[in-house]
Design a protein. Structure first.
Length: 82
């Protein structure tokens, strides 16, 4: 999947350097980093906007976590590509 992200220039340069040292593309390096981050119990994704979000009910958080763990996001739905 292609996507556009707005990232800090210095962060991207460091990531490109690390990717090059490991002999892989920036895309593959970022993918590996994202996978690793999502495997951690509580990834650190703090931003100024976080306090603006409403509280998420525990049942909804549990359902999302269950979907992530079950691989519910791994399948590509054909209608996405029409």
């Amino acid at each position: 999947m292609k996507t556009t992200l707005i990232l800090d220039d210095t962060l991207v340069r460091k990531a490109k350097s690390k990717a090059a040292l490991q002999g892989c593309s920036l895309s593959r390096y970022m993918e590996a980093c994202l996978k690793k981050s999502l495997q951690e119990p509580d990834p650190q994704c703090v931003g100024d906007w976080l306090h603006l979000l409403p509280d998420t009910p525990a049942s909804a958080r549990n359902e999302v976590e269950k979907q992530i763990q079950s691989g519910g996001f791994d399948d590509i739905e054909p209608e996405m590509w029409l």
